[in-house]
Design a protein around this ligand. Sequence first.
Ligand code: PLP
Length: 392
Amino acid sequence: MSSVATRLQPFGTTIFTEMTALAVKHNAVNLAQGFPDFDGPQLAKDAAKAAIDAGHSQYARMFGVPKLNAAIAGAFSRRMTTAIDPDAHVTVTSGCTEALPATFLGLINPGDEVILFEPFYDSYRACVALASATPRFVTLRPDASGRFGFDESELRAAFTTRTRAILINTPHNPTGKVFTRAELDLIASLCRHHNAIAITDEVYEHLTYEPTLPHISLASLPGMWERTVTLSSLGKSFSLTGWKIGWAIAPPHLTSGVRAAHQFLTFATATPLQHGAAAVLENPGPIVEEYKSLFRRNRDVLAAALTGLGFRTFPSDGTYFIMADHSAVSKRLGATDDRDLCQKLIERCGVAAIPPSVFYENREHGKAFVRFAYCKRAETIHQAVHRLNSLQ
Ligand SMILES: Cc1ncc(COP(=O)(O)O)c(C=O)c1O
């Protein structure tokens, strides 16, 4: 019998741990978990090493090393008409992964309702459970063009008198969707009407590929700064996922909730890494544009190969990921669902992907899909394509 507390029993081991272990066992090319297979900027590493040498080894300030708070506020200010105060509005956390439960535990009461779009990043569902809240789901589905979207009436119906928050992840993992201005306007008007707060996960904020679909922070929309907690992190944009430097930006009345929980979750985040993060955020240079060009090319190479194999790929306008419908391929391989297909891809051709049904409350909704990560060196993508072609 499991001794895991009942609130966490439904969630088991994350799919990333499971698929990465299987990928290692079969020496597979890992297009499962979303992390680059190349190092982050030298500038960040040098600054973190210098911080260690300079003796920055004790606890940092609870809500962040001042120069990092200032760098985060400076970058976010460029999108906002409200001035962002580094000390009053920014809280540094141990990755967005910590910012999420800090926000939920600090601002959501037991019994409150929280609206999630499905498919959802798996920690959201667990955060709702940790906060003893009730989730309501709005399903993203591909339209005729293949872009994922939601039904307006479904979203309107998800708001009730108990709604405390809606969580929006844009650019969106796993679909690669970038929420449009019109979609965000609708969400904003519903938040204002129902007096709900918005929690936005913007960890892929710099990784958008279509000029017509730029990233928009919900907090920058009229009347939204006062009711939005904007979460993001360093890892995805700067290929430093293992550093776990994240942050929450919000007005003081919401920041107080985030900090009330953060102080008891981790209290503070690794000091020397905050110095390294500040250095790269102060002076990002062209590195993110370089990563973006690589990822855009990888996306196109992978999408073409998958289409050639019989997958139906959906446009990925942002993030590290491309979703595909695997029904035709699974029929050929005798795979029964997304999990079975991923198992077969690892065993038969040595390529690991993620079965996205775990990102759906109703797993049936995600069974036909598979998610591939393209945030890798070009050689890795070519090797994966070479291996996948053995399925032909
Ligand atoms: C949508 C989303 N949010 C949050 C995270 C975690 O962010 P961090 O590495 O900063 O903890 C991830 C990582 O995969 C993600 O895809």
